[in-house]
Design a protein around this ligand. Structure first.
Ligand code: COA
Length: 680
């Protein structure tokens, strides 16, 4: 059974202990550095045919670790762990007892086949073999292997130690469970695996390579610098700048020749790619402001629109082709383009923004200028019918909804909460569905709260901020009234709005290492989605602890929350987490779901005068702490839940008007510590 959330899979093997990487160029050592960072006790061998690249690779490990320490991302001891146990070798024999061999040699089918033939003579039967090819289908590179079942393509993106995306190719030769095991492994180690079909260039490089190739064809209309400047509306770095950085011209020639030979002349590489080494272009630019009208600098309006239309046409063409041929999933495509390729928004997002008629106009022009390029095979609007931020899996008669915004630790935005709501509404009345499990993508975070990027616009406007809280809470209020059980499975930290959402579920189960926190006061605001109301109405005996969570942002280990009865079960691994959640759905299903919140006014201990100092010693805003204390007391005295929740929304609105909110939110977005000393 294949799941969209990789951690629902029960792997047949654990994390690797010994990995060999063939090829010590750029990406090989970067892959190694990611693996050592994620699995510090891993034994890693880098293999190459020459000593010099190996020496450089070991130096690179040291310099990455040193930078990590310098930037406060790694402790000295973590840095030591990352660089220890890394060996360089000229001999393939080190692969003898490897759990996994990753080939990251130069692109070329003959060379890769030679490497795999040699490896197959050495490795154990259970060793996984993967290639980091960016373009060559698995069918071809593994054609001569006698044991194909343990092999596939795992395609990383630069810089591989930090770029979260990895394409994992589902091909017919891979054995049962191999791809799911690899998805699990990547997800457990902080990556976001995206599965693709076994076609030339897989999914994301079909976008990237053709985007670059068409940019090169456009040089008859505009210069490289002008094209990069026009492309800045869509990407953080234009095609020519990226080609310079990646030394990418030969790669585009190779991969587009492959696509042209397989799929048609329209993919033939632009001849100029063969005669130029470095493009004259500027660095990345900020996106143009709306209405600025200077997108291409001094580029004429006509040239600008021709270049822009073509860039969009190639993007849309590849997008619809990938979806129509089922090369990859829509949500994966948008996510991958943003995280792996540096697009400001995914291509489907872009298509939605420009609208169906504009897409049709651009594609009609594209058809004339670039005959042969794939065109939409369905109505343009049909391509928009997918979930962008949640994954939905089925385990028996239970729907598992996974929040997936890996770039923001699964923080909630409007669309994400709307998507959860739409899934609940869709299946609530379906007799074949017993209930729901809500979890977060990856091993680290259930949900990091509401998206702080959205906050600045409502600062200073109490009504708008209160309305924002009310709108965000629509999902939570809906959950309150659900007649089918919904269980929160805390795979990692549950913060702010994420915790407030979990608190509305019928039960919470958690990984033993999970952490719960209402960190809003660190941002100069109060929790607005029921955080000052619901805990008291469900577990009133722990009221004193909730005061500290709200007024001092105290972190609570899942174990402590378990002792209050807030967390119903603690587990040690993901398989047990989901089993525990599903078991609770089954147990509650069909039983009357009693109201889980105390109805009338509550009698709780007063928060008194808790000193507004956070655990790390940061002095918090006394004004915001006072707002929180007042809201807690008034909400407890409220005659019913609705009134109490409304008091919470309004208190949030008031807090958004404080100087502390301005400082706290600005500090987070500027990645600096907040200073509330002058804010009151
Ligand atoms: N909203 C928007 N983005 C968020 C987010 C949120 N609530 N929480 C985390 N992110 C983003 C970060 O900005 C960062 O993005 P970047 O890589 O583009 O800079 C990314 O997620 C990873 O987080 P980062 O802060 O780099 O990880 P960390 O390990 O250093 O810290 C936390 C983890 C959870 C302590 C920290 O992210 C945090 O304090 N987040 C805010 C939590 C919060 O206050 N939630 C309540 C909101 S009301």
């Amino acid at each position: 059974m294949t799941y969209a959330n990789p951690l629902l899979h029960k792997p047949s093997r654990g994390l690797p202990k010994r990995v060999v990487i063939i090829g010590a160029g750029t990406i090989g050592p970067d892959i190694g550095y990611y693996l050592k960072s994620a699995i510090p006790d891993l034994k890693l061998h880098l293999v190459d045919i020459a000593q010099a690249p190996l020496d450089r690779a070991l130096e690179r490990f040291k310099s990455y670790a040193a930078k990590g320490v310098e930037r406060g991302r790694l402790s000295e001891s973590q840095a030591r762990e990352v660089t220890q146990g890394v060996h360089a070798s000229l001999d393939y024999a080190v692969a003898r007892d490897a759990d996994w061999v990753i080939e990251a040699a130069t692109e070329g089918i003959a060379l890769k086949r030679k490497i795999f033939a040699r490896l197959e003579e050495i490795v154990r039967p259970q060793t996984i073999i993967t290639s980091n090819t960016s373009s060559l289908p698995a069918e071809r590179i593994f054609a001569d292997l006698s044991n194909k079942q343990r092999a596939t393509v795992t395609h990383f993106f630069a810089p591989a130690w930090r770029n979260a995306i990895v394409e994992v190719v589902r091909w017919s030769g891979a054995g049962a469970g191999l791809i799911d095991d690899l998805n699990w492994l990547f997800c457990m180690t902080g990556k976001v695996p995206l599965n693709t079909a076994d076609v030339p260039c897989f999914m994301l490089d079909r976008i990237f390579d053709n985007w670059c190739n068409d940019a090169a064809l456009l040089l008859e209309r505009a210069s490289a610098a002008e094209i990069d400047s026009i492309a800045a509306e869509f990407v953080h770095a234009g095609p020519f700048r990226v080609l310079n950085l990646a030394n990418g011209n030969p790669i585009i020639i190779e991969t587009n020749t492959l696509q042209a030979d397989e799929e048609g002349e329209h993919y033939r590489p632009a001849p100029i790619l063969r005669s130029v080494e470095t493009w004259r272009t500027a660095g990345p630019r900020p996106p143009p402001l709306a209405g600025e009208g200077r997108v291409g600098g001094e580029v004429s309006g006509e040239t600008k629109s021709a270049v822009r239309d073509r860039l969009l046409a190639i993007l849309i063409s590849q997008t619809v082709d990938i979806l129509d041929r089922k090369i990859g999933e829509a949500g994966d495509l948008d996510l991958g383009c943003r995280l792996a390729l540096g697009f400001r928004s995914g291509p489907l997002e872009l298509m939605r923004g420009i609208g169906a008629s504009e897409v049709s106009r651009i594609m009609a022009r594209g058809r004339e200028e670039r005959p042969g390029l794939p065109q939409p095979r369905r109505a343009v609007g049909d391509y928009q019918d997918f979930l962008r931020y949640v994954l939905v899996d089925e385990i028996g008669d239970v729907k598992v909804i996974t929040l997936r915004r890996p770039e923001a630790l699964n923080a909630l935005n409007d669309e994400l909460t709307d998507e959860i709501l739409s899934v609940l509404r869709r299946f609530e009345d379906d007799a074949a569905v017993r209930g729901f499990v809500l979890t977060g993508y990856g091993p680290r975070s259930f949900c990091a709260g509401a998206d702080i990027g959205r906050f600045p616009v409502m600062l200073g406007d109490a009504q708008a901020a209160a309305q924002y809280a009310r709108d965000c809470a629509r999902l939570l209020v809906h959950m309150d009234g659900m007649q089918k059980p919904i269980i929160a499975a805390l795979n990692g930290m549950a913060l702010g709005g994420g915790l407030e959402m979990a608190l509305r579920c019928h039960r919470i189960v958690a990984m033993r290492g999970a952490m719960l926190q209402l960190p809003e006061i660190l941002l100069g605001i109060v929790p607005g989605l029921g955080g000052m109301v619901v805990p008291y109405r469900r577990w009133p005996k722990a009221a004193a602890a909730f005061h500290n969570m709200i007024c001092r942002a105290q972190r609570v280990p899942a174990k402590t929350a378990h002792s209050w009865g807030m967390v119903d079960a603690l587990v040690d691994d993901h398989a047990s987490l989901f089993e525990a959640a599903i078991a609770r759905v089954q147990a509650l299903s069909g039983t009357p779901l009693r109201d889980r919140f105390a109805a009338g006014p509550l009698s709780i201990d007063s928060p008194g005068n808790i000193e507004p100092v956070a655990e790390n010693g940061l002095h918090l805003s006394p004004e915001v702490a006072a707002l929180a204390r007042q809201a807690i007391v008034e909400a407890a005295a409220a005659p019913n839940l609705d009134t109490a929740l409304e008091l919470g929304y309004r208190a949030f609105g008031k807090s958004a008007c404080t100087a502390a909110a301005r400082e706290g939110i600005e500090a987070f977005l500027q990645r600096r510590p907040a200073d509330f000393s002058k804010t009151g």
